[in-house]
Design a protein around this ligand. Structure first.
Ligand SMILES: [Zn+2]
Length: 115
């Protein structure tokens, strides 16, 4: 390791090959995070990938602005906390399980919407 860059492309959550698509959507651990987080928000949606999620965030016109805001918060907090958990696992050898990541996301979402 040089300059804090991870040179091994093994997923730190499941030991499969890590790509951006895998790390943020396809990893079985991350998929569980998305599932629980979306269930918490009463969103009947399955996180699939970057392009699909970008379309979901826009909401196709029928989505009200508060719901759209929640979707953006969900996406940004999930991406942030998945990335943070991955780096914490690598650089500090601290493991956060799915429920811990989801709890951090929910706390951030609640702080942003004020409830
Ligand atoms: Zn994985």
């Amino acid at each position: 390791m040089k300059w804090g860059i991870i040179q091994d492309d093994t997923c730190l959550f499941c030991n499969e090959h890590e790509t951006l698509q895998h790390l943020f959507f396809n990893c079985k651990v991350v998929a569980e995070v998305w599932s629980k987080l979306l269930m918490y928000l009463h969103e009947y949606h399955q996180a699939k990938g970057w392009e699909e999620e970008a379309r979901w965030l826009v909401g196709k016109g029928t989505c009200k602005s508060f719901k759209r805001k929640l979707r953006r918060l969900c996406m940004t907090t999930a991406i942030y906390h998945i990335w943070a958990a991955r780096n914490k696992r690598h650089f500090e050898a601290v493991e956060q399980n799915c429920n811990s990541i989801v709890s951090r996301c929910v706390a951030d979402i609640r702080a942003c919407v004020g409830s």
